[in-house]
Design a protein. Structure first.
Length: 211
């Protein structure tokens, strides 16, 4: 069993990279952001408060990792609510427990999020911290919306990216930061394939060491 931990801020490219790695090596992939989004959606759908930690924890414990689908969890309001409940220690404890269970699957797993290398899987064989400048990340989100046929305001998206960074990096419980032993991958001027090749070199070296 081998675990690959991939962390980074919003739109840094960690999800795309994780899916590519999972496909290449035949590993299971978990986008842990979806566990926070699913908890938030359950609260919103039930018309419950986003400020009650005990209620949010109950919802977090009911999240089924097998049924997570980004297309039904992608709404902006769900992302906002997810980022709010992600500051609650009881919610984090419940979701981290489920994520750790997932990380032990054979033959290997890739988990991406904010605290995988620091909290969820501190013993991961390879840890990557994927970054890109806020301008580049906002442009990626903008391009995604335009490519999907929607309309978008770059300035508003840029402000949103900065606000999300502040909340993720500033929270007391499990703030977003690179693990001490993480490899930094700045993708500001790097395409998806180049980022994958950099990751592959590190993973192949770790796999060789395990044999
Ligand atoms: O998972 P995360 O929010 O970190 O980002 P993502 O959904 O993987 O990537 C956000 C967008 O940036 C996607 O549309 C990717 O195709 C794009 N991207 C890119 O243009 N260049 C990269 N090196 C990585 C991602
Ligand atoms: O919405 P965005 O693309 O920025 O992030 P996401 O990966 O969909 O995750 C939604 C929210 O969950 C994020 O804003 C984080 O605050 C939170 N999250 C977290 O706290 N820890 C994780 N391991 C993953 C996500």
């Amino acid at each position: 069993m081998i675990t690959i931990a991939i962390d980074g801020p919003a739109a840094s490219g960690k999800g795309t990279l994780s899916r590519r790695i999972a496909e290449e090596y035949g590993f299971h992939h978990l986008d842990t952001g979806l566990t926070y989004r699913a908890t938030a959606k359950a609260l919103l759908d039930a018309g419950l408060s986003l400020d009650d930690e005990a209620v949010a924890e109950t919802m977090a414990r009911e999240v089924e990792l097998g049924g997570l689908d980004r297309s039904v969890l992608s709404a902006h309001a769900i992302g906002e609510a997810a980022s709010k409940i992600a500051v609650m220690p009881a919610v984090r404890r419940a979701l981290v427990e489920a994520q750790r269970g997932f990380s032990r699957k054979e033959p290997g797993t890739v988990l991406d999020g904010r605290d995988i290398g620091t909290v969820v899987c501190p013993d991961a064989a390879v840890k990557l911290y994927v970054t890109a400048s806020p301008e580049v990340r906002a442009k990626r989100r903008y391009d995604e919306i335009i490519a999907g046929g929607g309309t978008a305001d770059y300035g508003a998206i840029f402000e949103d990216v900065k606000k999300r960074d502040e909340r993720d990096m500033g929270r007391a419980d499990s703030p977003l930061k690179p693990a001490e032993d993480a490899h930094l991958l700045d993708t500001s001027e790097m395409g998806i394939e180049a980022a994958f090749q950099a990751a592959k070199t590190l993973i192949d070296a770790a796999l060789k060491e395990k044999i």
